[in-house]
Every structure is written in structure tokens, then in C-alpha cells.
Design a protein around this ligand. Structure first.
Ligand code: NAP
Length: 288
């Protein structure tokens, strides 16, 4: 069996490790975020995926801190909001996230989406790079970036490194995108995999819309697991970092019980559907 456990990590290009299972808090009301994150920690999650736009950075961090788990065992992600994608705003958001969370550093800071045109995206990226240089952020990345956005960023990084010295352009560690068998994004996955950029899978259980899918049901029956567990295991075995969201304690536990079985090569192949059907707007990826 592939040797994963809930404490397994992947090494990012930054040199830091990322826990292979994340806990998403999109649409989790601030009023309950501390409590659900606290429960997630009890169940074994160590990695929380938040964003400025989710308006729950502070209570999510509170849930992490009150777990009593050492800071270096915790992993907290946040994101520059899509519609505020420029250098000045990004600088302010980095300071604000540190104030909101009370953390000395943010483990992973992402650009939430490729908005703002080239100037806005590259400006916000520069602010993240400066955040790393100042020790305020450990690793940086992007979200909802299509291949042309990734190439734009790679060109910026390479030319800056050439002009100013290696590392000055920053290190791209992560691209967080919607990823599941119904949206396999082969082009983006290949681009990132070739460069060692970690793929985080959002909406990994397709927002619970595929519970009646016959293919998933047959795999669930075969492995004595739920359809959500099959999807999450698929994601892990693809080498992705899935970020399931649930505010329901029993589901949080269910989604973490994915380390005691393995999908065969044949099972994995049956989930190669080759038919991209995004839940989220295609315009993220097509933006100029
Ligand atoms: N970067 C981006 O633009 C972006 C976009 C979307 C999501 N994300 C990240 O990815 C995370 C997850 O994505 P998501 O929230 O869109 O989708 P998801 O995790 O695929 O699905 C969440 C939904 O499924 C339900 N659910 C969870 N576990 C279940 C289970 N075992 N059985 C049945 N239903 C279950 C949840 O309900 P309950 O909560 O009521 O239990 C919730 O309605 C987000 O929280 C966020 O961190 C990022």
C-alpha cells in the first residue's frame, strides 16, 4: 500500500513541507470557524486552507492555536483577494493577515486568482516575495492559474533571477485549482508536475454532487468506503493535496479516514474520465 498517513507531507520547491491533507474553510462562518478547526485538529488534520475573502482567518487561527499543537506542526494558508490584486494591496493584506492570526509567519500565501491583469498579478507576486524575504511568509504560490498565467509568472521569475540574482524573482511552490475526476486539468497538472510545483485540489469531493455516481458507488462498495473517501484517495494517489471542506464533525472524520486503503491502478484508470466539467467559472483560467 502507498505509505501515506495523515501526518505525511510533501516537500515544496521552497524547501518547506506541506501536509498532504488540508482542511478547507471556504463558506465556513466566522462564528463557528474556531470550533470546527479545533475539531479538525483533534481528528488529525494539521493544515487549514483559509483566505482573506473567506473572512475567517482570525477564528481559523484561533482554532489552530487552541489545539495546543506546536506551531511548527501546523500549516496555515491564506490568499490575497481576487479583486485586490496589486502590489500595494498585497503588502497591506500580508500585514493584516499577521495581525488577524497572531502568527509570526504565514506558512503559505497564495494569489487567490489571476485577476488584475499582468501588472496586478506580478505586483502582488512581488509583495509575496518581499514577505518571504522579511520572514513573514514561508512559501508562496497561486490559485486558479491557467498555463498562460503560470508561464507569465515563470518568465517574470526567470528574468528577475537573471537580473537581480537567484531567488530574487521568488519561488513558486503551489497552484491551487479545482481538481477531481470531472476536472482533471491535464494541461495545468503536467505543467506543475514537470516543475515540482505542488497541486492543491479544491472542491475535491465535487461539493458532494457526485454521491450517486455509479462509478464512484461501485468503487465505494468494492473498498467498503464512502464516495467522498474514494475521491479523496484518488486525489492523494494522483500526488495532489486535497482540501475537503466540512463543518459536520462526522464528515470531517470520514474525510480523514483515507489512509487505510488503496485504489488499484485499474481503479485509478476508471476514474480517468477525460471530460472537464468545472464547478467554478471557466473565466478564471481564460483571463488575460
Ligand atoms: N482557491 C479557490 O478559488 C477555491 C475555490 C473553492 C474552494 N477552495 C478551497 O477548497 C476547499 C474545499 O472546496 P469546496 O468547499 O468548494 O468543496 P468540497 O470540499 O468538494 O465540498 C464541500 C461540501 O461537501 C459537503 N461534504 C463534505 N464532506 C462530505 C462528506 N463526507 N459527505 C457528504 N458531504 C460532504 C460539505 O458539507 P458540510 O460542510 O455541510 O458538511 C460541503 O457542502 C474550500 O473550503 C477552500 O478551502 C478554494
Amino acid at each position: 500500500m502507498t505509505k501515506f498517513s495523515i501526518s505525511s507531507t510533501l516537500r515544496m520547491p521552497s524547501g518547506y513541507d506541506i501536509p498532504i491533507l488540508g482542511y478547507g474553510v471556504y463558506q465556513t462562518p466566522a462564528a463557528i470557524a474556531a470550533e470546527v478547526v479545533s475539531h479538525a485538529l483533534k481528528v488529525g488534520y494539521r493544515h487549514v486552507d483559509s483566505a482573506v475573502a473567506y473572512r475567517n482567518e482570525a477564528p481559523s487561527a484561533e482554532g489552530l492555536k487552541k489545539s495546543g499543537v506546536a506551531r511548527d506542526q501546523l500549516f496555515f494558508t491564506t490568499k490575497i483577494p481576487p479583486r485586490q490584486m496589486n502590489y500595494d494591496n498585497a503588502k497591506k493584506h500580508i500585514e493584516n493577515s499577521l495581525n488577524e492570526t497572531g502568527f509570526d509567519y504565514i506558512d503559505l500565501y497564495l494569489l487567490h486568482s489571476p485577476y488584475g491583469g499582468r501588472e496586478g498579478r506580478i505586483g502582488a507576486w512581488k509583495a509575496l516575495v518581499e514577505g518571504v524575504e522579511a520572514g513573514k511568509i514561508r512559501s508562496i504560490g497561486v490559485s486558479n492559474f491557467g498555463v498562460h498565467h503560470l508561464e507569465e509568472l515563470e518568465t517574470y521569475i526567470q528574468t528577475t533571477d537573471e537580473k537581480e540574482g537567484k531567488g530574487k524573482g521568488g519561488i513558486l511552490s503551489v497552484n491551487q485549482i479545482e481538481l477531481h475526476p470531472w476536472l482533471a486539468r491535464k494541461d495545468i497538472v503536467d505543467w506543475c508536475t514537470k516543475r515540482g510545483v505542488i497541486l492543491e485540489a479544491y472542491s475535491p469531493i465535487v461539493r458532494a454532487t457526485k454521491g450517486e455516481d455509479p462509478l464512484l458507488l461501485s468503487l465505494a462498495k468494492k473498498h467498503n468506503k464512502t464516495t467522498s473517501q474514494i475521491l479523496l484517495r484518488w486525489s492523494l494517489q494522483k500526488g495532489f493535496v486535497p482540501l475537503p471542506k466540512s463543518v459536520t464533525p462526522s464528515r470531517m472524520e470520514e474525510n480523514a479516514q483515507i489512509f487505510d486503503f488503496e485504489l488499484s491502478n485499474e481503479d485509478m484508470k476508471t476514474l480517468d474520465l477525460g471530460d472537464d466539467q468545472p464547478l467554478f467559472p471557466k473565466h478564471f483560467y481564460n483571463r488575460k
